[in-house]
Design a binder for this molecule. Structure first.
Ligand code: SF4
Length: 358
């Protein structure tokens, strides 16, 4: 009999530990890197128990129990094993644009949503500037291909009622700067801080997601920018609110063919195929296939990539900013700037031992 890992189990090695993504149960577990390596090597091999005992004489039983309790794999004959297909690791979607952010003012141009439909876009975030414009838009989207609508209120006084009465595809509503308001509705989220002060990075594990689509897309793409379009209230078009390049000015005429050409241009898509595994710091982080952050990566003269804004998670210490003993990158001996990326291993080891109490 051989041991076979389920195809939905994926390993993401980080600097200190490996994240095990269970894509069917949509949960994340953590393993020591050495255990994760042995476990992956055992996939399709015989004698799992003996191999674990050989590598981890002290805690092999604990590891075996971990494998069984979390149902990471199963035993079968080599013939049976061939009946299970490998997971295709390719992200495929026929849409040119999969997700859009649209600012909705009084004079919203509903043609923008016709464009989005023609581009295949089924996920739209509406940033509400005007209630009148929003109602018009939601009514219009009732007859569109759009499947998922998220509402964002930067001004809490504009939030009046549940918009699912107009359009049942409103799945989430976010109200910012909203300390005084409360309603009991699990799809409405009140944030006590202003929209502009929301974090550009996840601030705890609750901001992370484990699912097959995100995992596959994150292998070869920047999951925030990939196939995204932002339309501001004046009709100007960019990749995302945080990017600088405008591909169309709202006061100029454009047809769908020309717009599609501009969206497909290298200039517009140049960050789409830049996964976190190619960006410094994130490339060492075990969350790189579970995390969406809104920071825009920058390239150094030597062609390597980095983020100018530091994340709230330090993968070299496995600590979040809100956790006890957190230290930022610089204080851990890690330098990640527009000039270089370097790790002072002696300092990092010392800080790691201080933080983890060894
Ligand atoms: S370091 Fe990168 S991959 Fe890790 S949590 Fe932060 S943004 Fe996500």
């Amino acid at each position: 009999m051989i041991f076979r890992l389920y195809e939905s189990i994926r390993f993401v090695p980080g600097y200190n530990r490996t994240a095990l993504l269970d894509l069917s149960r949509e949960k994340i577990l953590f393993l020591p890197n050495d255990f994760a390596e042995v476990l992956q090597k055992m996939n399709g091999k015989t004698r799992l128990e003996e191999t674990l005992e050989l590598h981890f004489p002290e805690n092999h039983l604990e590891y075996l129990q971990f494998i069984e309790e979390n149902e990471l794999g199963f035993h079968c004959t080599p013939k049976e094993s061939k009946r299970f297909d490998l997971l295709p690791l390719e992200w495929k979607n026929p849409a040119i644009i999969t997700n859009a952010i649209v600012e909705v003012g009084d004079d919203i141009n509903l043609d923008h949503f016709k464009w989005l439909a023609a581009l295949g876009c089924q996920n739209v975030e509406l940033q509400v500037v005007s209630e009148t414009g929003l109602i018009k838009t939601l009514e219009f989207l009732n007859d569109s291909i759009c499947k998922n609508i998220v509402l964002v209120y930067k001004n809490p006084s504009q939030f009046k009622f549940k918009h699912t009465t107009i359009n049942k595809r409103v799945n989430e509503t976010h109200v910012f700067d909203a300390t005084a308001i409360s309603v009991s509705d699990s799809t409405v989220f009140f944030h006590p801080y202003a929209y502009d002060q929301r974090g550009l990075v996840p601030s705890s594990t609750s901001f992370l997601a484990v699912n097959l689509t995100l995992y596959l897309e994150s292998i070869g793409h920047n999951v925030y920018l990939h196939r995204k379009l932002f339309i501001d209230r004046f009709g100007n078009l960019k990749n995302a609110p945080e990017t600088s390049k405008t591909i169309h000015k709202g006061n100029q005429a454009i047809d769908l063919n020309e717009l599609t050409k501009r969206i497909k241009s290298d200039e517009f898509t140049n960050l789409w195929n830049l996964p976190k595994s190619e960006i410094d710091v994130c490339s060492d982080c075990e969350y790189r296939h579970s995390c969406v952050c809104m920071r825009i990566p920058k390239q150094r003269p030597d062609k390597t990539w980095y983020y100018p804004v530091e994340c709230d998670y330090n993968p070299y210490l496995s600590k979040w900013k809100n956790e006890r003993n957190y230290r930022n990158l610089m204080d851990s001996g890690v330098v990640c700037t527009g000039k270089e990326m370097k790790i002072d291993q002696v300092k990092l080891d010392k800080v790691f031992n201080e933080v983890w109490g060894e």
